[in-house]
Design a protein around this ligand. Sequence first.
Ligand code: NAP
Length: 484
Amino acid sequence: MVSRVIPVNNFDLVIFGGTGDLARRKILPGLFRRFIAGQMPAESRIIGAARSDLDAAGYRKMIKDAIAEFGGPEKKDATSLKAFLAQLDYIAIDAKGDGGWRELAKLMRKNVVRAFYFSVGPSLFGDLAERLHKHKIADENSRIVVEKPFGRDLESAQALNATLAAHFSEKQIYRIDHYLGKETVQNLMAVRFGNVLFEPLWNNHYIDHIQITVAETVGVGGRGAYYDRSGAMRDMVQNHLMQLLCLTAMEPPSQFGADEVRDEKLKVIRALQPVEPHHIVRGQYDPDGDSPGYRDDVENPRSFTESFIAMRCEISNWRWAGVPFYLRTGKKLKERVSTIDVVFKDLGHSIFEGDTARHRNVLSIRLQPNEGMDLQVTIKEPGPGGMRLIDVPLDMTFAEALGDDVDQATDAYERLIMDVIRGNQTLFMRGDEVEAAWQWTDPLIEGWEARNDVPKHYEAGSAGPEDSLMLMHRDGRKWREIKG
Ligand code: NAP
């Protein structure tokens, strides 16, 4: 792997919830990869903070085990691991009490970047913000990183924003949506705004419709209680799919700056039309042999929460008027796939006699698996026998196209954490963006709750409920196949 990392300044990164699942599975293994890549200055420190009664040695042991379990091939580098662990510290602290805060204040150094990752439930955000302020641990250059879910409706998101704003300015708040840290998502902007080829076609003159699919093969797993209160709309659409839609649909920003990009995304959200009830299909997966169905998984036999949603959205502005955006996401589907498919319009007229098939250009942007893109183009089928046309993909799987130059190991989390240290907010959601997303989402949820909408059944391992296929058929279109 060829690493072209930009070093960052010395930092003290405090991870509240440093003993939790996210910290052990994603954040710390990711930071170890950044360390190996030479991006973590020797003077920098990572301080785990949680209520568990641990000392620095105990925490280092916990993280060593976590890296052994969740890390990539780099975990075999024992020398680097030892050096990385030496930069870890731990403080036992209660977000709701006063124990540990003075000790944390004493640990913090002057003249380094101070970042505080709130990897705890949102009910603790206010307590943390208040105590960081009260104990003068955060200064005006400090940053806080907050995890999803950012509220469960507009009102709670506004309350969370107000809580954080009481002690931190918007410039200091980094709201994570890890989809924005994915390589291909950033590549979407590079493709759109770094090439002359696509932008002239990126509008309702040439694009028929756009499909955004985020399909998972897993069920709700151990998160049943949380998931049943959220559903696919709150858990996936309001944040991840919305961000993908924004990056696909936004106008070119004047420059690649945090506010310029976020201003354009916000305009897209504000231009989203309310979705008609018959343009929304919600579903729940059925039991499959020994494998439990959704209602068994969440232990709620009367649950009306959706584990699948498909919808047809419209953006009312000059660029996109008349171009539907079809979104779908669900659990226990046939493959684990995230793609954006930009389906171009049919040719107005074919000069090839006898060619009755409909040929379409489709640009597919694959977030996972096999990050990359392909462009479906129409060519002549090789061989004699006249001019028969076939559609073939111009495939650019990054790992194949870029070989050793592609950095496949870097995870979205570590990329985003380094952006926090650099002070770059471009790939983080702004408060007004999150609120606007809820403003669009809330009436849709309230609508189906008022209608007592019952989610449709779908088979585990399928492409979702039949009705979601109908959503497309009615428009004379078809979902792209879910395939990895
Ligand atoms: P988790 O495994 O339950 O961990 C929670 C952490 O918070 C633990 O370290 C816990 O340690 C600490 N904590 C709880 N109460 C505390 C208090 N009063 N004071 C100080 N620390 C306290 O949760 P998680 O899965 O890591 O998730 C953390 C956050 O990230 C949540 O907001 C979640 O929604 C979000 N998130 C997680 C994932 C994921 O993949 N796990 C993905 C996306 C978003 P002690 O018990 O020792 O205090």
